[in-house]
Design a protein around this ligand. Structure first.
Ligand code: ADP
Ligand code: MG
Length: 582
């Protein structure tokens, strides 16, 4: 007997009196075969959320089960692509603005006709199991795609095609398991998006994800395999910061999930990304990037799915042995999708109308980050960077607060800094990174033994400035003792000359760690040299008149990235200027 739609409420559809469906099963709804997922089963009814627009859908239309979980297709052709939240290719950015994909159309995620040049790693009689890399293809100019045996397959290869050109969907390999059952393996396979892909084991965090952004790398670093949140009100610079990281960070693969933002903003993102060039190779950045776009005018349930689709694609490339960074902009829009669906289900709302399971959903997402040993003994990582956009920039709301529990880097964007055009507007008093200790051995070995002590020194000066500012607010700076006036001057050098970074300047947009370190060293040298003078009762105003502070503020523009050694000359320059006082 057919299962017929009983009720429709926005993206939520129910079917009465059925025992045919199971939880989280993917179903096809109505004669247009809209994609949906079973999200509730009781004796009386089955509840389904639909990932496509239900406009025009009527009670009495049929719902058909698929006996599988909501899944994405994994295989070559993911990179350089733009997908919607359920991994349907958006061929044209026009689709983002207009009526986009025709509903219920069954299009394959990956190009059915494209042939890939395949080299096999296995031969007949080889034993293989889930995760074994069996073939390689050049997916883009930058990335080798390493096809893996599906997780449920284990056994002996009984047939392999010769090296050559094949599509993603044709059978290339036959594997016979212990029971004699033969499994067919292609370049592509399915994976349910809400199930984390298995790993051998997690490794401790020990390597930074270098972004070239000083306020992140030096002051509040993120680790490969770590998780960070970027909370900030509208216009604080979340999207810009995510873009800077996507462009410059030293991950192999970037997954960028544009979630619930306006269509025109996403279009801009996509246009910008299409023009970007990977700075390390000169090839298009899209060669190592996949974009998932779910604009505010697309169906709300697909927005909920887009986060899981993104993280699943990220894990897939991790499993090949790559370092993957995933950016989600914005997780608040995703949480709002959860809230909307929960409301339609008439669930008991918790804080601010969000469902009670909001914290566990946020946790499940961030817990899929990690630095791991893969089943095939390669190592890889997934680093998650989630933007949070609280109404009015109020960080006490549930999405920001719950996200904070599950990430270890917190980059609080501050509207007043953005307003003062201090970019990136990362507030140094509210932000933190809990990865510093995990990374210290790496810094000692790869940057310098005094890198972290220099970092601590500038952070201490910034904290002192914050305390002094309270006093200055009450009584003005004139009455401060000279050593405290010096603190304010040096803090300004740190804020303007170091933390502030110009995304539009050819050299300043990305700064290697070595330059960050040498800049710190010069600032520290300045600080000690000035303290000596102040101890000799030389007024800070005289020091300031030498132009030494201005000299340091300009270092970021005056020292090009290809001549970092120039920074070694700065202590002498500082001495020279200071010598003019005496
Ligand atoms: P959000 O995503 O938080 O709403 P955006 O990232 O879109 O904010 O930033 C809003 C505007 O602020 C940008 O269009 C740009 O003009 C400015 N801006 C943000 N970050 C920077 C930056 N690093 N350098 C220069 N301008 C910036
Ligand atoms: Mg934005």
């Amino acid at each position: 007997m057919a299962n017929l739609i009983y009720s429709i409420n926005g993206p939520v559809v129910t079917v009465k009196d059925t025992s045919d469906f199971s939880m989280m099963e993917m179903v096809y709804v109505g004669h247009k075969r809209l994609m949906g997922e079973v999200i509730g089963i009781t004796e009386e009814k089955t509840t389904i959320q639909v990932y496509e627009s239900t406009t025009g859908l009527k009670p009495g239309e049929e719902v058909v089960g698929s006996k599988t979980l909501l899944s994405v297709t994994l295989g070559p052709g993911i990179l350089s692509n733009i997908f919607d939240g359920i991994e349907r290719p958006l061929k044209d950015i026009q689709q983002l603005e207009g009526a986009f994909i025709s509903e219920g159309q069954s299009i394959t995620s990956l190009d059915k006709n494209k042939k890939w040049n395949v080299t096999f790693d296995v031969k007949v009689n080889d034993e293989v199991k889930g995760g074994t890399i069996f073939a390689r293809t050049k997916e883009t100019d930058l990335i080798e795609h390493r096809s893996m045996i599906p997780l449920e397959v284990e056994g002996k290869v009984i047939e392999v095609k010769p090296d050559g050109e094949y599509t993603a969907y044709e059978t290339l390999l036959r594997v016979e398991d212990k029971t004699g059952k033969v499994h067919e393996v292609a370049l592509s396979q399915k994976w349910p998006i809400k199930v984390p892909r298995p790993i051998k084991h997690r490794r401790p965090i020990s390597i930074p994800l270098v972004t070239g952004q000083r306020v992140l790398d030096t002051t509040f670093p993120i680790a490969k395999g770590g998780a960070a949140a970027v909370p900030g009100g509208f216009g604080a610079g979340k999207t810009m910061l995510q873009h800077q990281i996507a462009k410059w960070c030293d991950a192999d693969i970037i997954v960028y999930v544009g979630c619930g933002e306006r269509g025109n903003e996403m279009t801009q993102v996509l246009e910008e990304f299409s023009e970007l060039v990977d700075p390390r190779t000169g090839k298009p950045l899209l060669d190592r990037t996949v974009l998932i776009a779910n604009t505010s005018n697309m169906p709300v349930a697909a927005r909920e799915a887009s986060i899981y689709t993104g993280i699943t694609l990220a894990e897939y490339y991790r499993d090949m042995g790559y370092h993957v960074a995933i950016m989600a902009d914005s997780t608040s829009r995703w949480a709002e999708a959860l809230r909307e669906i929960s409301g339609r289900l008439e669930e008991m709302p918790a804080e601010e109308g969000f469902p009670a399971y909001l914290p566990s959903r946020i946790a499940q997402f961030y817990e899929r980050s990690g630095y791991v040993d893969n089943l095939n003994d390669t190592e890889g990582s997934v680093t998650i960077i989630g933007a949070v956009s609280p109404q009015g920039g109020d960080f006490s709301e549930p999405v920001t607060q719950n996200t904070k529990r599950f990430v270890r880097s917190f980059w609080a964007l501050d509207k007043s800094l953005a307003y003062a055009r201090h970019y990136p507007a990362v507030n140094w008093n509210q932000s933190y990174s809990e990865y510093v200790d995990d990374l210290s051995a790496w810094y000692n070995k790869n940057v310098a033994r005094d890198f972290l002590s220099l970092r601590d020194e500038i952070i201490a000066i910034l904290h002192d400035e914050q305390k002094l500012n309270e006093i200055v607010k009450l009584i003005g700076s004139d009455v401060l003792p000279e050593d405290q006036k010096l603190t304010l001057e040096v803090a300004k050098v740190i804020r303007v000359g170091f933390l502030q970074q110009n995304a539009f300047h050819a050299d300043d947009t990305y700064v290697p760690l070595e330059k960050q370190y040498k800049m710190l060293k010069v600032i520290s040298y300045l600080n000690s040299a000035c303290i000596k003078l102040v101890n000799k009762r030389i007024p800070v105003s005289l020091i300031s008149n030498t132009g030494v502070f201005d000299l340091l503020i300009k270092i970021k523009y005056d020292v090009p990235n290809n001549n970092i050694a120039m920074l070694d000359e700065y202590p002498a320059k500082i001495d020279e200027l200071l010598a003019t006082i005496v």
